[in-house]
Write a protein that binds this ligand. Structure first.
Ligand code: ADP
Ligand code: ADP
Ligand code: ADP
Length: 214
């Protein structure tokens, strides 16, 4: 299966993607995690991306699309993938369509996670991620680690993402509404969108998502 996850920052895309990817035996591809891995390795791409990310803006399409393409062309993604955080605007969606077309592939679904803005703000404010692996995600009240400040999965140090500050979150939500939401209509025109509520327990949302993808 080839699936795109959309939803505002903090909706629970990464959290759901981890479970869905496992259930569906497809790789979870998160452009945010790829950028953060580049930042921690201090690559040129990481240095470039960080300035945009810290301001709450999108990283330029050219580098983002090249990075996503490169990841989608890895052998493990041959039979499907779950895209989390890409595409994030209509030009990226068009680039993805072109890429899929050259490979005679198609998307199966675009899963739209709906969460009210006040809940998104609470989820982001309490989010803590692992320094070793930004896909290891916790929440101070909704998903506290067994030991404060320590990742349950790998023992890494938990920290608050630089772009999860209140000011940057406001900017990211604005960017979501103006640049990312239009891709929902773009994919609606292709009949691909399934919308679910991402409120409630993590496992209930996963069940809802699996039902919607049937
Ligand atoms: P969240 O999970 O909170 O939605 P992400 O980890 O997906 O955040 O993204 C964090 C930041 O990384 C974004 O605010 C943006 O700066 C950058 N980023 C991630 N994916 C993309 C993309 N497809 N295009 C441009 N920038 C991106
Ligand atoms: P996104 O990738 O969309 O930005 P995350 O998966 O990182 O979102 O989730 C944002 C925060 O909300 C994390 O701290 C995560 O632990 C928490 N979270 C995710 N799903 C739920 C849920 N269903 N209920 C409560 N908190 C959640
Ligand atoms: P309308 O449907 O009237 O255009 P919006 O699209 O702005 O209204 O949605 C109303 C609220 O739902 C907004 O405050 C926004 O935070 C939230 N919302 C919109 N789209 C999504 C989405 N894809 N996922 C989660 N929440 C969303």
């Amino acid at each position: 299966m080839r699936i795109v996850l959309v939803g505002p920052p903090g909706a629970g895309k990464g959290t759901q993607a981890a479970f869905l990817a496992k259930n569906l035996s497809i790789p979870h591809i998160s452009t945010g995690d790829l950028f953060r891995a580049n930042i921690s390795k201090q690559t040129e791409l990481g240095k470039l991306a960080k300035s945009y990310m810290d301001a709450g803006n999108l990283v330029p399409d050219e580098v983002t699309i090249a990075m996503a393409k490169d990841r989608m062309e890895q052998p493990d993604a041959e039979n499907g993938f779950l895209l989390d955080g890409f595409p994030r605007n209509v030009s990226q969606a068009e680039a993805l369509d072109e890429l899929l077309e050259t490979e005679s592939m198609q998307l199966d679904a675009v899963l739209d996670l709906e969460v009210p803005e006040d809940e998104v703000v609470k989820r982001i404010a309490g989010r803590r991620v692992c320094r070793n692996e930004s896909a290891h995600v916790f929440h101070v009240t909704y998903k506290p680690p067994a030991k404060e400040g320590v990742c349950d999965v790998c023992g890494g140090e938990l920290y608050q993402r630089d772009d999860d500050s209140e000011e940057t979150v406001r900017k990211r939500l604005e960017v979501y509404h103006t640049q990312t939401e239009p891709i929902i209509d773009y994919y609606k025109a292709q009949g691909l969108v399934v919308t679910i509520s991402a409120l409630g327990k993590v496992e209930d949302v996963t069940t809802r998502a699996m039902e919607a993808l049937k």
